[in-house]
Write a protein that binds this ligand. Structure first.
Ligand SMILES: [Zn+2]
Length: 117
């Protein structure tokens, strides 16, 4: 990073600029804030996705969104969101397949019922 006043490159842990003596503002918290929020969003989404896995496609979509948002490098939270969303994707995919087969069986039943009637 550089000094805001004179543009001289300063080390990230320096408190003051070595050239002009300007106080160095720490950018760490500012940069981390949106990432932190996104990790929380991914975490909440992954939980919602997993708890809605029985609905099939809805849980699958939410889990995929959570998985894509969990890419940001916020260690523990993003990792938890990633793991939960993977479980959500697997569980939702199984339920989606289940509902798909269920609908096909019903459709076949209707067709057979109509054929014999
Ligand atoms: Zn300076």
């Amino acid at each position: 990073m550089n000094c805001k006043k004179c543009g001289n490159p300063v080390s990230p842990d320096a408190a003051f600029c070595g050239v002009c003596g300007e106080k160095i503002e720490k950018e760490v918290t500012v940069v981390n804030a949106p990432v932190e929020k996104q990790s929380w969003a991914a975490f909440v989404l992954s939980i919602v996705g997993l708890s809605l896995c029985a609905s099939g496609i809805v849980g699958l979509i939410l889990s995929i969104i959570a998985s894509s948002k969990a890419k940001k490098p916020n260690a523990a939270l993003a990792k938890a969101a990633k793991i939960l969303s993977i479980f959500g994707i697997i569980a939702s995919a199984i339920f989606t397949l289940y509902w798909f087969i269920y609908v096909i069986i019903i459709v076949i039943g209707i067709i057979l019922g109509a054929a014999t009637a």
